[in-house]
Design a protein around this ligand. Sequence first.
Ligand code: NAP
Length: 303
Amino acid sequence: MRDLVIIGAGPAGLSAGIYGKRAGLDTLIIEETGIGGGQVLTTYDVDNYPGLPGISGMELGTKMHEHAISAGVEFLETSVTGIEDGGSVKRIQTSKETIEAKAVIIATGATHNHLGIPGEEELGGMGVSYCATCDGAFFRGRVTAVIGGGDVALEDAIFLARGCSKVYLIHRRDEFRGARKLADIVKATENIEIIYDTIPDSIEGSEAVERLNVHNVKTSESKTLDVDGVFIAVGTHPITDYLKGVVDMDERGYIKAGEDCRTNIPGIYAAGDVRTKALRQIVTAASDGACAVTSATEYINSL
Ligand code: NAP
């Protein structure tokens, strides 16, 4: 039986892995994709992680992964399908095998929301994307639209504007949710056209994206934008479906846990974007990893 199994290898999971090894725990991280780093890998420019100004998401995520490997954390590539709470033994069911552990830290993060409009699914991978840093290079010299007004939408628009001839940034309100610094850059970038108070209705194209239909929520005026790509950045939702009925969650699927990362089940902890919290950032995810291990160590020592 393992001391500690961590599910997910983003900043929360990797930080937990490093702290777990430092606490002398036999620590395993299970990661579905086999790629350590998590969502941060797709962030072009991480400008708010202390001590590392301007570092790219890919470099930061890779460094965190390498750090965990060098600390001696073991990794297993498989998907977790459920957790059974057997009191002092937690059974983690995966698509390969069932693994037993004294304590579990859930750090599976979050994934992209979809808009649910006509054309979105049909043209997925044919001009509709949820990751500008992954797919932006295909749109060099072309016209794209970004949907959303948070940090990710602002970052995506700035990133795409470096290669695209024009980027429409379409936001449903007249004020951005994302950081002021990013909004200022967006507003000062010549080939970004901001369209406020507007929501997308449908995406059209025969073999690839050709048009985006939108309407203004204040005037009800509709219009069609000729675009080659649509980048959707309308937030995320937690990856917790596999835990339904195991731990308490809020109505949106976030696992209920405080700063100590304790869930309602002793020995099961939630760290990073999966947890109910006010601020979801790389720095708060890394912090959760450390706090969750502190709680888990106390629990393991009490067994
Ligand atoms: P977010 O902050 O939740 O923003 C989502 C945006 O999409 C909002 O502007 C929202 O509009 C809009 N939206 C939501 N549903 C929509 C719909 N159906 N139609 C049209 N627009 C819709 O999400 P995010 O930008 O993905 O960021 C997620 C988290 O990661 C945030 O906490 C963010 O701060 C964090 N993040 C951090 C960093 C970093 O630390 N460097 C980088 C990127 C992201 P409203 O504003 O009207 O609600």
